[in-house]
Design a binder for this molecule. Structure first.
Ligand code: HEM
Length: 496
């Protein structure tokens, strides 16, 4: 592919590389965080590198996050950066296959389906699916047999299964949950095989996995489409996302059609699955490494939910929101392991970089040229030793001490809010902590993810203690999401 025209004057510095097309692909791909920190020390917060022939400009730190995530629609485009990856997987007419104004409306529809009323109902269902899994999966036979020696499990694989079971029982609806035991699991597997960095870099390769992706997309689209048609015909009353989307209308009065509903459901499935299962895996690994935090979490459960007879009351949404240790474990996990390390946009018109980010004087400051891509990397500011004490340390207690919250609030954009159409959100796009992104493309699944993660983690902690063998595994960057190194296991013992 032809490189876009390169304007040397005022362009951000280019990372040194030997091979023109390959550029920095290998060092960025192997460890993007090391790559970012190493190059920040050489070039400053804004620099450009070559990724398989594309010019990628990085803007680091809270101000860099703000520049990109709060970028003007006339300057940056998410759809131009992502559509070749997402449209073959999600399907037509949704998310990045439509103009941004339509995506904003679609996000608003999804928000309706995530009402507090629905979320409240989901807690029991998630706890129930998690317990059923522990009582049937082979890896948990020592738990089932009350073996005092305990056993071990492949953490990410287990969390992936529990995440899809719990998301389908709640958001996705009973038909998907039933389908998981049948054909849905295979379709999901093939579709997921088309959502990889290879697909991102090379949209059309004559490989079997691309073909399987396309067949699975068609089948899955039909599967959801059939659910919508059946429900319409039967007039059934449900409390999941499909039911909510069936009620939604665009501003011009048009209702979502069956295909759009089907494709939004696929997008939500893909958006939530690996992000949540990676996060719960990292949380359990860190807990396995910190027995004192596991005990503090357990004591919190006893204090909040304990009954006089020594058993625990069922989890509820409101009470879990008032569990500071549980919430800070999730917050801290997402600080150290935000699942998405690079958030990308395509530059559609030149972006002047503010002086504070680039150069001492106005005349030396940079312009990021049209045709480049830009990358925000909130995971860098989230572990920047200039911002955080003991930045690499898993310390949930940092979130329960007043000073950290205050410090962050001061670094944030004075708490201003803005409404992109799907509800007012904090305009604090220059915060150093943004695991859910910021601005118009900010995540709308945060509340559901917190609910799902809190319920799964609390259920594990109520049932068992955890122990890592050899510490927390290293991060693996070979898929779209930052995962624990493949094969990493955790040891558990059932509580007596
Ligand atoms: C967007 C993270 C779970 C749905 C995003 C973005 C991030 C993110 C960083 C911004 C992407 C960008 O700016 O390009 C996470 C994390 C999750 C999570 C860390 C869990 C721990 C979920 C779940 C859902 C979801 C469970 C659905 C129920 C979405 C949607 C967008 C989004 C619809 C909007 C995309 C856009 O506007 O371009 N998420 N997410 N996410 N996420 Fe999540």
């Amino acid at each position: 592919k032809q490189l876009p025209p390169f304007k040397s004057r005022n362009s951000p510095p280019l990372v040194f590389h030997v091979f023109p097309f390959i550029g920095s692909t290998i060092s960025y791909g192997m460890d993007p965080y090391k790559f970012m920190f190493d190059n920040r020390s050489k070039y400053g917060d804004v620099f450009t590198f070559i990724l398989l022939g594309r010019r990628m400009t990085v803007a680091l730190g809270p101000k860099g996050n703000d520049l990109i995530l709060n970028g003007k629609l006339s300057q940056v485009s998410a759809e131009e950066a992502y559509t070749h990856l997402t449209t073959p997987v999600f399907g037509k007419d949704v998310v990045y296959d439509v103009p941004n104004s339509v995506l904003m409306e679609q996000k608003k529809f999804v928000k309706f389906g995530l009402s507090a009323e629905n979320l409240r109902m989901y807690v029991d269902m998630i706890a129930d699916e998690t317990l059923k899994f522990l009582n049937r999966d082979n890896a948990f036979s020592a738990y089932q047999n009350k073996d005092p020696n305990g056993g071990d499990f492949h953490c990410f694989q287990t969390m992936s299964e529990i995440t899809i079971l719990t998301a389908s029982r709640t958001l996705q609806g009973k038909e998907v949950r039933d389908g998981l035991d049948k054909s849905f699991a295979d379709m999901y597997h093939d579709l997921d095989g088309g959502f990889t960095p290879l697909n991102f870099m090379f949209p059309n390769l004559p490989l079997p996995s691309y073909k399987r992706r396309d067949i699975a997309q068609q089948k899955m689209s039909d599967f959801y489409g059939d659910i919508v048609r059946r429900r319409r015909a039967e007039g059934s009353v449900d409390y999941d996302m499909i039911a909510s989307l069936m009620e939604c209308k665009y501003k011009d009065g048009r209702a979502l059609n069956d295909r759009e509903i089907a494709h939004i459901m696929i997008a939500l499935l893909m958006a939530g699955q690996h992000t949540s299962s990676a996060t719960s895996s990292w949380a359990l690994f860190h807990l396995g490494d910190k027995p004192d935090v596991v005990e503090a979490l357990y004591q919190e459960q006893v204090e909040k939910f304990g009954r006089e007879d020594g058993t625990l009351n069922p989890l509820t949404l409101e009470e879990m929101r008032e569990c500071p240790i549980l919430n800070s474990v999730i917050k801290e996990t997402l600080r150290l392991h935000p699942p998405i390390h690079s958030i990308m946009r395509k530059v559609i018109s030149d972006i002047p970089v503010p002086q504070s980010l680039s150069a001492p004087s106005e005349k030396d400051s940079y312009v990021i040229p049209q045709g480049n891509f830009v990358i925000a990397c909130p995971g860098v500011s989230a572990v920047d030793p200039l911002i955080w004490n003991d930045a690499q340390e898993f310390a949930p207690s940092r979130w329960t001490t007043q000073s950290q919250e205050q410090e962050l609030a001061e670094k944030d954009d004075k708490g201003e809010t803005v409404d992109y159409g799907f509800g007012a959100i904090s305009k604090g796009t220059s915060s150093p902590y943004q695991p859910f992104g910021a601005g118009r493309h900010r995540c709308i699944g945060e509340q559901f993810a917190y609910l799902q993660l809190s319920t799964i983690i609390a259920t594990f902690i109520r049932e068992m203690t955890l122990e890592t063998k050899g510490g927390v595994p290293p991060q693996d960057y070979t898929s779209m999401i930052v995962l624990p190194q493949p094969g990493s296991r955790l040891h558990y013992k059932r509580r007596t």
